[in-house]
Every structure is written in structure tokens, then in C-alpha cells.
Design a protein. Structure first.
Length: 480
RNA sequence: GGGACGAUAGCUCAGUCGGUAGAGCAACUGGCUUUUAACCAGUGGGUCCAGGGUUCGAGCCCCUGUCGUCCUACCA
């Protein structure tokens, strides 16, 4: 990096140490090392005087005249090493003292217990596996500068165990999502990320150029239209959990590439999705976190099912008065003002209602809540309710005051879908995905569909208030 | 988009009224056989984010920019 000069002194000292070690018979970048087991499992297998081989990165060292202690970490746990001059010999001990924090070593020895009863390996042989040329962050405060943590995630993972733990949990969450769905006959599929039409959502796409075909392509904003093609094709339960890309701003809850789980179940509807998501979330909570209560921004969220369900109509009446929907526009505007919700002059009654919902009601729904029967205007791609064509058969799952997952009884009427695309495209014929419409005309069974933002789900589960904390390499501006 | 705040040694941070740049850890030298934020003695280490301005003199005051954090707005 460009700041190489500023760490030159430290780097130079370490290069000198590396050369001395090499001369003493410890080449700097050694070969693979056979260990008895990972360090976390060595703690479980601890048995006094049992022979053991272990390796890891040196994260702490306390060297004395004829004795030294060190802690190594292999990403699973820390383990203490004890090195005695009279055991390993004068030369090996002298060489050991040339090691720096950050170096990776392998040792052979035997389990040993110190006075303070800490699991330790009494070292008989050690090997240098990799020399670190750069200084590690300070051992006590660690690395806390937020920007450096995001830009140099390697260092963050090495010096902040809770960060390592969070990302291990994220990996397990994704594994358990797959396991839960696979067990229920859902097929994981991969659909195009490079698309000639970026459909399935309303968002600005990233653009790229495909040289071989000389065509412009878009990074996908959603996999929806392809997953539905698969439903038409007879893959009657499919899901995809992968990246979507939206060419929009970055803030605490938005990263331009984000991971989304989309699930479609043929012969099902919004109700099937309701059952599925409750089971899925409970499974994740129990298997990965071993609890069903989560602390989130000062609230305790209870995941015990069944979750609360309320229709949009009833929810509004509950908060804004039973006669809300009988009010005229002036009456609604008066209540909006009372609640300090800013409105635009052109807003319809439905838009006013939704604005107040967005600003003052949604945030109060801390416990998991399904909001059902939304006005059709708000959700263009869902089937209407059988008993009321003004409403759509969908839910919005709200947890911790945030939308976590929308689910639809998917629109499968190809004529209606065509009409809505045409309205949306406003006479731009090229913006309509005709292949998708053709698939719908072949006939899509009634289908329940759902989308879950995995990053925001992780925020909820880990109590993080920034999406960057749950994404290993969040998007940042280039440094000047 | 608007506003507030921040950037000083490898890391974590102090820096008074504008007057020679500080601490702890880390590093280096020496000592030390049960340490664990090891300890003791000594030494070295700075483009004070960048650029401009005011001033005899700027880490500090003013302007511009970069990156980040928070608030707010927008988007989904």
C-alpha cells in the first residue's frame, strides 16, 4: 500500500528477524503442518501430558530469560504455549525469541497445566510456518477504528474475536437456511446475474458491457422473473440465495450488493410462506443461536410462534381511530399534522394513510407481525384477495420495527401481468420481458413467493445497527 | 442532497491561551524459569488527512478538498 513508508521501520526489523531465523534453520515460509486438531477442539481433548501438535498465529508473547509463554490463535480459539530453554535447547530458544506477534508457527509437545490452571502446551519442537512483516494492532484495545476495520477485514478478524464469531454465525445461518429448505423439497438454483433486462423489482441497475456479444447487460436487481420461469417449468419448489445489485446510495441499511433469499412454492400462496418463514426463523434461532429471544436496539424480540397477524385495515384503525377510513381528506391531513407527518399536496387518501403508517406505525411493531391484505396500489405484482379486488393477498413481516420479508400470492394471470408491465414501461416495448410473459402464458400454477434480505436478517439476529457490520467486505469509497 | 462531528507514532488516545510533539501498548537493547494487559532499566519512533490562507510563529484559527461517523432527506 501507499503507506508502506510509514511502517518501514517495523517492516525492516521484521525482515531482519526473518533473515536471522532463516540462518538459524527456520525458513520464513514453511510447508504444511500436521496438527492434532483445531485449537478449540484441543481444549476439549485436554489431557495432562498427552502428546499434541498444534499451530496458529502468535497473538501474545511473554519472554523471559530461560522461559517464554505465547498465545496462538488459529481462528477457532487461543491456546497457550510454554517454551523452556532447557527443554528445547539454547539455539531453538534463542531463535524463538526472534519471533514477532503475527507470525504463524507450529509446535509439537505435550499438554501441560500452569499454576493458574490454564491449558497449555509445553513445547518440544517448533517450526516457523509464516513470517508476518507487519505489526499487529495493540493487544488490549485491539483495532477499533471503524474505517480500518472495514478496509482491512483481515486485521479486524485477527484482533476482534467477536467479529470472527459474527461471521461464523452468518455462515451457519446460510447453511441452516439451505438445510431447512432442502429438507422440505426446495431446490436451490442459480439464475443469471447478468441480465439484458433488469426486472423483478423497481431499482436502478448497474450496467456492464459484454464484449463477445457486443451488448450492454445489467447486473440483476432481483432473480424473481427467472425463478418464476422455473416454477412454470415444473420445478415446483425453488429458492435462490445470492447477491442482488442496486445502483443506489450507501447508508446504514443499504449496501449496493446485498444477499437476498427468494423462495417460490407452487400450489401454495401467501399462507404457505407464512408457515415456512416462522418455521425457518425458529430453526435458525434454535440451531445457530440456541435461543429464541433477541436483544435489538433496547428491545427484546420474541420469536416464539405463532406470530401476530393483523390486516392493514385493522392496524390503521387501531392506531388512527376506528373511523379513520370514513374521514375525508381534510380530516386525515389534520391527524397527520398532529402526528408531525409531512405530506405533499397531491397525495390521495390512500397515500396519506400509508405515509402515516410508514412514519409512525411500522416502527412500533417490535414483535414479529404479519401485516396482511394491503391496498392493491401498494403492491402491484400480487394476486388480489378473493373477497375484495381492492386488496392483495400478501403479507409484510415486520420485526423490530423494520420490514424483514414481504410475501405474495404471486400474480399468475398473464394478461393482467402484461397490462401491468405495459403501464410500468410506458410504451417502451424493449423494457418488457416478453420471454417471461411467454412463460406465464404457458401457465404458472398458483404460487406463494417470498423475499428475505439476509443482511438485514443478520443485523436483527446479531443486534447490529449497521449493514456493514454483517458484510465482510462492505462497499466503501476509494481512499484518496 | 442538507447539517453536526472526527482524522495526531504500527495500535488506542491526550495535546491547555497560537510558542520546540506527548502517554500506554507495540518495536529495539540489556536483565529475568509458571507468565498471562508479565515485570525492571534504557533507546529509537511523527508528511499532526491533503492543499491553500492569516500570523514573527499553526496540530490548534480561516477557506477548499478527501475519507469516515452520526443526524436528516431521498431511494427500496
Amino acid at each position: 500500500m501507499s503507506d508502506e513508508l510509514s511502517v518501514n521501520e517495523y517492516r525492516q526489523q521484521r525482515i531482519e528477524n526473518m533473515e536471522k531465523l532463516s540462518e538459524a534453520g527456520y525458513p520464513a515460509f514453511g510447508e504444511a503442518f500436521e496438527r492434532t486438531d483445531r485449537l478449540d477442539r484441543l481444549h476439549e481433548q485436554f489431557e495432562l501430558e498427552k502428546p499434541v501438535a498444534a499451530c496458529g498465529r502468535i497473538v501474545a508473547m511473554r519472554k523471559m530469560g530461560k522461559l517464554a509463554f505465547a498465545h496462538v490463535n488459529d481462528g477457532s480459539a487461543r491456546f497457550q504455549l510454554m517454551i523452556q530453554r532447557d527443554v528445547i535447547g539454547e539455539d531453538a530458544f534463542k531463535a524463538f525469541k526472534l519471533l514477532d506477534l503475527g507470525d504463524c508457527i507450529g509446535v509439537q509437545g505435550a499438554f501441560f497445566l500452569t499454576k493458574t490452571e490454564e491449558n497449555t502446551i509445553a513445547v518440544k519442537i517448533w517450526k516457523l510456518l509464516s513470517k508476518s512483516l507487519l505489526p499487529l494492532p495493540e493487544k488490549f484495545h485491539g483495532l477499533s477504528d471503524v474505517e480500518t476495520r472495514y478496509r482491512q477485514r483481515s486485521l479486524d478478524l485477527i484482533s476482534n474475536p467477536e467479529v470472527m464469531d459474527l461471521f461464523k454465525k452468518r455462515s451457519k445461518v446460510m447453511r441452516e437456511i439451505r438445510s431447512y429448505l432442502d429438507q422440505r423439497d426446495f431446490l436451490e438454483v442459480e439464475t443469471p446475474m447478468l441480465q439484458q433486462l433488469a426486472g423483478g423489482a423497481a431499482a436502478k441497475p448497474f450496467q456492464a458491457h459484454y464484449n463477445a456479444l457486443n451488448v450492454d447487460v445489467f447486473m440483476r436487481i432481483a432473480p424473481e422473473l427467472y425463478l418464476k420461469r422455473l416454477i412454470v417449468g415444473g420445478m415446483d419448489r425453488v429458492y435462490e440465495m445470492n447477491r442482488n445489485f442496486r445502483n443506489e446510495g450507501i447508508d446504514r441499511t443499504h449496501n449496493p450488493e446485498f444477499t437476498c433469499l427468494e423462495i417460490y412454492q407452487a400450489y401454495g400462496d401467501m399462507r404457505s410462506m407464512q408457515t415456512l418463514i416462522q418455521g425457518l426463523f425458529l430453526h435458525i434461532a434454535e440451531t445457530v443461536f440456541e435461543k429464541i429471544e433477541f436483544e435489538w436496539m433496547g428491545h427484546t424480540i420474541q420469536l416464539q410462534t405463532p406470530w401476530k397477524e393483523v390486516s392493514y385495515h385493522d392496524l390503521i384503525c387501531e392506531h388512527l381511530g376506528a373511523n379513520w377510513f370514513e374521514l375525508d381528506e381534510a380530516g386525515m391531513r389534520a391527524i397527520a399534522e398532529e402526528r408531525e407527518v409531512g405530506l405533499e399536496d397531491v397525495m390521495s387518501a390512500k397515500e396519506i394513510t400509508h405515509e402515516i403508517y410508514d412514519k409512525t406505525i411500522e416502527g412500533t411493531l417490535i414483535q414479529p407481525t404479519f401485516i396482511t391484505r394491503l391496498p392493491a396500489e401498494l403492491v402491484p405484482l400480487a394476486n388480489t384477495c378473493a373477497d375484495d379486488p381492492e386488496l392483495v393477498d400478501v403479507f409484510e413481516l415486520i420485526i423490530g420495527g423494520k420490514e424483514i420479508a414481504p410475501a405474495y400470492s404471486e400474480l399468475n394471470n398473464p394478461l393482467e401481468q402484461r397490462k401491468r408491465f405495459e403501464e410500468q414501461a410506458k410504451s417502451d416495448e424493449s423494457a418488457i420481458d416478453h420471454d417471461f410473459l411467454t412463460a406465464l402464458e404457458i401457465g404458472m400454477p398458483p404460487t406463494g413467493g417470498m423475499g428475505i434480505g439476509i443482511d438485514r436478517f443478520m443485523m436483527l439476529l446479531t443486534g447490529s445497527d449497521a449493514i456493514r457490520d454483517v458484510i465482510l467486505f462492505p462497499q466503501l469509497k476509494p481512499r484518496g
